[in-house]
Design a protein around this ligand. Structure first.
Ligand code: ADP
Ligand code: MG
Length: 699
């Protein structure tokens, strides 16, 4: 019998319910304490959990277990071990110990480690993260883990994320205690990432070397119709796409991933999936899994799922909206404006903490979403600009202005807070969400960071957000900690006001796609870090090293190594792109064009032979035009090859990345310009790969 959705949901997850059923009561309690309060896990508890986990996994068909981790490749990694253990009599038993659950020892030497590899030994270890539930996939028990070097340096994305959540927790609880919220013992950040993607036919994909090697098309002219009619956005789903989405939902639900919303996006073949939000750590793990399962299910349906930020030039790329908030263990969303004055004070304090954080660490936020792929989107009038600013909406902005100018505010309710500002109007959520051009928008009870690329892990942007806000809260605590209780309201008001005055330059409610904003942002002194090579040095800027080390997110060594890895990743990406483009031009595009030119030339000659003059002049004109483009394409590719050699020879990593960006990428654009000018003149059948039209309009 088919399972109902509630039965199906989470059926492959070692959930709280399963733990409660399978574990002795005292062990369950001890584990819960570890999960909820980050307390140390005793060996006997680990052993009990291992036994229960194995039993549950085997019952559900698992034969293997793996420590699942997130190295700096941005992907996930796993090495499978079976549960079997020889019993000495030629038979096997299924075994799994607490030791095996808690710690694994994969060889770290083949994962990116930046400078760390030289300094530290190659061995690494994985450590169980009990705050993210284990699950079964393809007959294997997956145990979410953190990945560190033997000397404790983080080699993954999860470790700093957990550290940043801990930092925010600590600072937020301190502030809430000051405000009298004694029942709050922990604060966690929550994230709901909306994921965009493209689906194209698998057969088409297999014929495009650029998609295979780089994830995006490096050549390809726009078809007669693109996305200008906007007829795809929220359009009805084609049956084949609907079948895919249905299957995808089921696979995700089994893994306890609350996939909730799905719809067509702006570009043809583009879609979006949004889950219900979760604590950040779980949301990050789930997003990694979602991307993997999207790809897997796509192949089952004869599709390829493209997660690249810009698979097709001239057509909207894919991003990921990171909805972010903070919530207490008592279930309160700290970015919910609420209806009463008391909530307002607290809300305004946390809101100002975010404003201050974004203004002071905008460079880090920009850096956290920077990648070769995302460079094609940010600032290209389809995604937010590279300038990081905050959208608050009219209502909240007038509240902020009222506080700044000591004016009372309030249309409907004239209740005046002790802090001097009147009660916030209880505004409708959707009035705040109309501006799609802002990178960081307040959307009613959360912020939406919209600059993220579709393929990247959402860990890094959340590390930055959590840490920067923790820093604001820590600074606020210093100001407020010695204030007498009866003076606290006044002090909070003064602090909020002061923060707004200092940081309001980062608030912008207008259209972020315009040149006026670029100019205005420059006047306000905001960062405009246009490309990845330009953004990356912020990682090692003194103020940012100070931030990360103060809150124990990264050590200085970890920062340097990550900076190096990011540079290397950028350079490698562009290097593969240039080689792929050269390969496609020399082996596919130029020969195809030449074939067509040859065919045209043969017709002209044949006509001459039998004495027909009509049309020959026109043909010759076409031949001349195409021959001219042929020459330009080949010469531009020759130059690209030379500049690629030059790029490879540069020793300094930052200089090298910049050269790839400024010179090699410009060369690639030039090659593409000529090729795309010729392509619409080449009849179907000459090119050995599908065009944009074939890929985007027949799925
Ligand atoms: P949109 O208008 O952007 O579609 P939705 O209300 O549908 O907004 O929410 C989009 C995403 O934001 C969903 O993934 C949702 O779960 C998430 N979200 C809602 N509340 C929060 C919160 N407090 N913290 C983090 N994410 C949240
Ligand atoms: Mg959204």
């Amino acid at each position: 019998m088919e399972k109902t959705i509630p039965e199906l949901y989470g059926s492959l997850v070692f959930s709280d319910k399963v733990m409660r059923e399978k574990l002795p009561k005292d062990m369950y309690k001890a584990l819960r304490k570890t999960i909820d309060n980050n307390s140390h896990l005793e060996v006997d508890v680990a052993n009990a959990v291992a036994v229960a986990m194995k039993q549950w996994a085997v019952e559900n068909g698992a034969t293997h277990f793996t420590h699942w981790f997130q190295p700096l490749t941005g992907l996930t990694a796993e090495k499978h071990d079976s549960f079997i253990s020889p019993d000495g009599n030629g038979e096997v038993i299924m075994e799994f110990s607490g030791k095996e659950l808690i710690k694994g020892e994969p060889d770290a030497s083949s994962f990116p480690s930046g400078g760390l590899r030289a300094t530290f030994e190659a061995r690494g270890y994985t450590a169980w993260d009990p705050t993210s539930p284990a699950f079964i996939k393809d007959g294997t028990l997956y145990i979410p883990t953190a990945f560190c070097s033997y000397s404790g340096e983080a080699l993954d994305k999860k470790t700093p994320l957990l550290r940043s959540m801990e930092a925010l927790n600590k600072e937020a609880v301190k502030i809430l205690k000051l405000l009298g919220k004694d029942d709050v013992t922990s604060v966690s950040t929550t994230v709901g990432p909306e994921q965009e993607y493209f689906l194209i036919d698998k057969e088409d994909f297999k014929l495009r070397k650029d998609l295979i090697f780089t994830g995006r098309t490096l050549l390809g002219a726009m078809p007669p119709k693109g996305q200008e009619m906007e007829d795809h956005y929220f359009g009805n789903l084609k049956p084949r796409v609907a079948a895919y989405m249905h299957d995808l939902d089921e696979e995700l639900w089994k893994l306890g991933i609350p996939a909730k919303t799905k719809h067509n996006e702006v570009a043809p073949c583009q879609h979006e999936l949004a889950p219900v939000f979760d604590t950040t750590n779980v949301a990050v793990d789930h997003n990694q899994l979602t991307m993997e399962i999207m790809k897997k299910v796509a192949e089952k349906h004869g599709y390829m799922c493209l997660l690249h930020e810009k698979p097709f030039a001239g057509i909207n790329g894919s991003g990921k909206h990171n909805n972010w908030s903070m919530s207490t263990n008592t279930g309160e969303n700290l970015l919910n404006p609420g209806k009463t004055p008391g909530d307002n004070t607290q809300f305004l304090l946390f809101l100002s903490a975010v404003i201050k954080a974004v203004d002071e660490y905008a460079d880090l936020m920009r850096l956290s979403v920077a990648s070769a792929g995302n460079d094609h989107r940010l600032g290209a009038n389809e995604a937010p600009p590279a300038i990081i600013s905050i959208f608050l909406g009219d209502e909240l902005t007038s509240v902020i202005e009222a506080i700044e100018q000591d004016k009372f505010f309030g249309k409907s309710e004239k209740v005046v807070m002790e802090t001097g500002a009147s009660v916030l109007p209880h505004f409708a959520k959707d009035t705040t969400d109309r501006n799609r051009t802002s990178p960081f928008a307040f959307t009613g009870n959360k912020f939406e960071f919209r600059s993220l690329g579709s393929s990247a892990s959402v860990a890094s942007p959340n590390v930055v957000l959590n840490t920067a806000v923790a820093e604001s809260l820590s600074a606020f605590y210093e100001v407020l900690k010695d204030v007498a209780p009866e003076k606290l309201d006044e002090a909070v008001h003064a602090l909020v006001k002061d923060t707004i005055i200092k940081h309001k330059r980062v608030i912008f409610n207008g259209n972020g796609y315009t040149q006026e904003w670029v100019d205005e942002a420059a006047k306000r002194g905001l960062y405009n870090l246009k490309s990845t090579p330009e953004a990356l040095p912020s990682f090692i800027a003194d103020k940012n090293v100070a931030l990360f080390t103060k809150h124990h997110i990264y050590s200085e060594t970890e920062i340097k190594s990550r900076y190096e890895i990011r540079l290397e990743n950028y350079t490698k990406t562009l290097h593969i792109e240039t080689l792929t483009l050269q390969d496609m031009v020399y082996k596919q595009f130029a020969p195809a064009l030449l074939n067509y030119i040859d065919d045209l030339t043969s017709s002209v000659l044949a006509k001459k032979e039998i004495g027909i003059a009509a049309g020959s002049a026109t043909l010759e004109k076409t031949i001349t035009k195409l021959s001219d483009l042929y020459e330009k394409v080949v010469l531009a590719t020759d130059k690209l090859a030379e500049d690629t050699d030059k790029a490879e020879a540069i020793a300094d990593a930052q200089e090298q990345a910049t050269f790839y960006h400024e010179v090699v990428m410009a060369d690639m654009e030039e090659v593409r310009g000529y090729a795309d000018a010729a392509e619409p003149m080449i009849p179907d059948g000459y090119l050995p790969y599908p065009t944009y039209e074939q890929m985007l309009f027949y799925v």
